[in-house]
Write a protein of this length. Sequence first.
Length: 258
Amino acid sequence: MSRFARFSMLPATLGAILATLAGATPLLAAADGAVANLPSTTSFILIGFAGGFVRHDDPLHGPVRLAHKLQQELPKGASIQVFENRHRKIAYETILRLLDTNHDGVLSDEEKAQAHIILFGHSWGASAVVMLSRELNRAGIPVLLTVQVDSVAKPWQRDKVIPRNVAAAVNFYQPHGFVHGRSLITAADDSKTQILGNYRFDYRKDPVQCEGGSWFQHTFSPSHLQSQCDPRLWTQVETLVRLRVEPQPATVAALPQP
């Protein structure tokens, strides 16, 4: 059976979100991200991280493509932006600014409680997702969902254990090549975080064509390269995000079985 032929139902407990805020919000140019929708009051904050040395505005890169696709239909008052993985501090400061609705420079417990944050990334960007989640945990800020795609940690990072401030987390990976993603993520606290799954993709059996990429990537890590451009995989990511931003109780998420 194809890895895309089997489905799993997402738990209803993960469907709770804030109502869409009223009022239209113009799309703004982003200095550090691929796209940004930066209103004065934010209902959802979506942050993506590009992998490797990929630029935040690379139109061929999975997180960037996803951001451009999602921003067309985000609820009013939502924000989405993609950062290069080395700009995690800027992403953190962006989240704090968006949550600070009264603009006093200090986040109240009420402002923190209103956080509906979704983080996603590829390769080093996926590891940055976990690192940023930990920084938000130390600040007492909850995260709705984290998505890691072929997560690769830098030597000083740990991308396996998801902190307790994250409500749900999912990991997509492929096992082949000089560079390949982490095969397993776990929760620091099972009572706080639900691991939706660790889903394996095999591009030696089901290859996809990718535009761009360096000679090194095509020669030594072609499967890792394919994980960042695979439309089937990124459709799974998009489905998970949309289920939290636009809850539909009867929707079945097309997630492959691990």
